[in-house]
Design a binder for this molecule. Structure first.
Ligand code: SF4
Length: 262
């Protein structure tokens, strides 16, 4: 098949090859997975790494990674690799990527991590229907409190939506029926690299602290004012420097012109 369809087939890969001890921890057909993978990939148009295991290593590569499980793109280095992460990836995203390649005969635009931009360019948080509650400082504090019943934001219960890039909050799951946040559970960040090693699922992200509290409009306003004030001050500083530089350039140009005339 490889020689007959050289450069015309897509190799879709699930899982990842374990490299320790000669690859003996995954031996489909009696061969190390790594050998079959590199052989089949060598003449493919592209390789699609299905899911977080193939894209990042996922749970097999979680510390201490005794089998040396390795994501596909670190083993396949001479053929383009499209990452379609997720644990599992969304069915519509998978078919969408394949349909794009088959229809247009080229790879979709990829981000710097090798993920199709059309599905991974925004965070879950950017399109989450609970986002107005996040912006208003309305959070569920426990799984069965009043905030949870009202559908408040799940950030404080560990939602990783603000740092996770995927299409869950737009495409959703099971033909658009729902997705984890709509079912009352925070995003685990399963499509992000090393998500198993990035701390407990139910601890809030530390990078967004401190958060405004419900009803504290002054806090929100002061925060916004502080950010705006900082931006204005920074802009003013840059403007002063730029004006001084422009004046010096103009003086230099005039001096050069005078010299030319003389
Ligand atoms: S539930 Fe998660 S993704 Fe949705 S707004 Fe809150 S933090 Fe963001």
């Amino acid at each position: 098949m490889r020689t007959t369809h050289k450069g015309k087939y897509i190799l879709a890969v699930e899982g990842n090859p374990p490299l320790a001890d000669g690859g003996v921890y995954c031996m489909p057909g009696g061969r190390p997975f790594k050998d079959t993978l590199t052989e089949m990939a060598s003449e493919a148009m592209a390789v699609i790494a299905w899911g977080s295991c193939a894209s990042w290593g996922c749970v097999q590569a979680a510390k201490p990674n005794p089998t040396q499980a390795t994501p596909v793109h670190e083993v396949v280095t001479d053929t383009p690799v499209i990452k379609v992460p997720g644990c599992p990836p969304i069915a519509e995203v998978m078919t969408g990527v394949l349909t794009y390649v088959v229809t247009f005969g080229r790879l979709p635009a990829l981000d710097r991590h090798g993920r199709p931009k059309m599905f991974y360019s925004q965070r879950i948080h950017d399109k989450c229907y609970r986002r107005p509650h996040f912006d208003a400082g309305q959070y569920a504090e426990s799984w069965d409190d009043e905030g949870a019943r009202k559908g408040y934001c799940l950030y404080k219960l560990g939602c990783k939506g603000p740092t996770t890039y995927n299409a869950c909050s737009t495409v959703r799951w099971n033909e658009g029926v729902s997705f984890p946040i709509q079912s009352g559970h925070g995003c685990l960040g399963c499509s992000e690299q090393d998500f198993w090693d990035k701390g407990p699922f139910y601890s809030r992200l530390s990078t967004l602290d401190p958060l405004p509290v419900e009803g504290d409009a002054d806090t929100l306003g002061l925060t916004a004012a502080a950010v705006t004030g900082g931006a204005i001050a920074a802009h003013a500083g840059v403007s002063i420097i730029k004006t001084a530089r422009d004046k010096k350039d103009a003086a230099d140009a005039r001096a050069a012109h005078e010299q030319d005339k003389s």
